[in-house]
Write a protein that binds this ligand. Structure first.
Ligand SMILES: Nc1ncnc2c1ncn2[C@@H]1O[C@H](COP(=O)(O)OP(=O)(O)OP(=O)(O)O)[C@@H](O)[C@H]1O
Length: 257
């Protein structure tokens, strides 16, 4: 079964067609990646799916529901949760508090109640705190729970973002260039975490520049170039595709990167 179905998705900015008639289906439970060179239209595609940008044409269906014109908060509440290319943490809060706020997206009262803290809310706080700690352990940040989130090294801030997104109990997690700015070691750690998330039954859709990471962990890959989907398939199929080698990977050697 496909959890996400995108049909003919198109976005025009004035004269520029950033996404041109893109169709794809993400199987439930899969780890699916969208790759492509700078300006290929990956972020635009993500922004439309997550409700941050209206499409010019086409349709988006998530878990059997049409979400083409749905608001971003409604989409997140349905279980389609995203992270951002640039880390967006809540400033002035601890690592644990950042994840707790993510939990409140999935609990009674939402973020507003978390800030006001009425009586009924305080009762559910303990479980939220426990969940946040579990998620921090899951991404390897358990020992930094009480640290100031802003002072974490960049690589760990990215992991914190993943923990916060998981706190919202996603059915599908959209990761926008999660390896951007990470060194090799951090990228390897991230790859393991993404695979662990997927092994828990959460469908993962990621946009990534790091072809090595994607071909290592993704089940299927769609390749965008100049706003079009030029091919889609398993990592091996995609790496062999002549248009991919020419347009994106540049050389045969690059295809194995
Ligand atoms: N708000 C906007 N207004 C006008 N043009 C835009 C806007 N957003 C994106 N574009 C253009 O659409 C095209 C696709 O951009 P997009 O950011 O989706 O590509 P990308 O594949 O995510 O690139 P990168 O890897 O650099 O993030 C680019 O030519 C970009 O300049």
């Amino acid at each position: 079964m496909s959890l996400l179905k995108v049909r003919g998705l198109t976005k025009r900015f004035e004269g520029l067609v950033a996404n041109n008639d893109i169709s794809l289906e993400v199987p439930d439970g899969s780890l699916y990646a969208v790759i492509g060179p700078n300006g290929a239209g990956k972020t635009t595609f993500f922004n439309m799916i997550s409700g941050f940008l209206p499409s010019t044409a086409g349709s988006i269906e998530f878990a059997g529901r049409d979400i083409t014109r749905e608001r971003q908060d409604k989409i997140a509440a349905m279980g389609l949760v995203r992270t951002f290319q640039l880390v967006q943490l809540f400033k002035g809060m601890s690592v644990a508090e950042n994840v707790e706020l993510g939990c409140h997206l999935a609990t009674k009262g939402g973020v507003a109640a978390a800030l006001v803290r009425p009586f009924w809310y305080r009762k559910q706080e303990t479980s939220v705190r426990d969940t946040a700690r579990e998620l921090l352990d899951f991404v390897g940040l358990g020992s930094q729970a009480d640290h100031d989130a802003e002072l974490l090294p960049y690589g760990q801030q990215r992991l914190l973002e993943v923990a916060r997104a998981l706190a919202a109990k996603p059915r599908m997690l959209l990761l926008d260039e999660p390896a951007a700015g990470l060194n090799t070691q951090e990228t390897d750690a991230l790859a393991v975490i993404i695979q662990k998330v997927n092994a828990q039954g959460i469908t993962v859709l990621l946009i990534e520049h790091d072809v090595g990471l994607v071909t290592r962990i993704a089940h299927r890959i769609a390749v965008l170039d100049f706003g079009r989907k030029i091919t889609e398939g398993t990592p091996d199929e995609v790496k062999q595709h002549p248009e991919v080698i020419a347009a994106y990977l540049g050389t045969e050697e690059g295809a194995d990167a």
